[in-house]
Design a protein around this ligand. Structure first.
Ligand code: ZN
Length: 219
């Protein structure tokens, strides 16, 4: 698959250029609508310091895959306050951010996303391809992932699992939506941010785990 390794490449002080043993892939969504937005946030210093917050990959709405830094290296991407001594969970995992606005709120005949306190329209309720209606952690609607984008993520996950010998294993079905640090601190395979943080809603109910499982069984 085509991977763009130049457009949003981070500088060495914007991640940790140090190879790690990888046994986990963590899926995120950006809670935004562009890869460039994630890039702009990550390269902006706070109090004059680079934050080194990023994921190795960002997959855009059209399925374009951007490599921000080598997947063998690491950056902060989990933000765990406990159960992460020496940032071991960030180090052992490869983060993939999927461009997606995330949770939506119903406002009249429309669904709105985050900015300005859910003041920005994402789609009309009649545009069924653009969202999924499912309650998860306090929200009733989530933005859909376009098929081309999901296909690109599946391909990327399969390739990374091969390259780093990461088990092609999804969490058991009843654990996929759960915050269960005891389980996921040991889990090797493909998980998502919501498994490691109670206050996160990514990857959310719009993600198609069954299609990812089918792709991983094939390879
Ligand atoms: Zn996340």
């Amino acid at each position: 698959m085509q991977i763009d390794q130049t457009r949003f490449r981070l500088k060495p002080d914007q991640f940790f250029p140090a190879e790690q043993k990888k046994d986990l892939i963590v899926l995120h969504f950006t809670a935004g609508t562009t890869a460039s937005g994630a890039h702009a946030t990550w390269i902006t210093p706070v109090n004059g310091r680079q934050q080194r917050v990023a994921t190795a990959y960002v997959v855009d709405l059209d399925g374009t895959v951007y490599e921000f830094f080598p997947p063998s290296d690491w950056a902060y991407h989990l933000g765990m306050k406990t159960g992460n001594p020496g940032w071991i969970q960030d180090k052992r995992s490869i983060g993939i951010e999927i461009v997606n606005p995330g949770p939506l709120k119903a406002v009249g005949d429309a669904l709105h996303w985050y900015p300005q306190n859910f003041g920005v329209e994402w789609c009309k309720k009649t545009d069924a391809k653009k969202y999924v209606a499912a309650n998860y952690r306090g929200y009733d609607f989530y933005a859909a992932f376009p098929e081309a984008q999901q296909e690109a993520v599946r391909e990327l996950v399969a390739q990374l699992a091969d390259r780093f010998s990461i088990p092609k294993l999804l969490p058991p079905e009843k654990k996929r939506t759960a915050f269960d640090p005891g389980f996921f601190q040991q889990f090797q395979g493909i998980a998502s941010h919501q498994n490691l943080r109670a206050d996160k809603v990514d990857i959310g109910p719009a993600w198609d785990w069954a299609a990812l499982a089918a792709r991983l069984q094939r390879s």
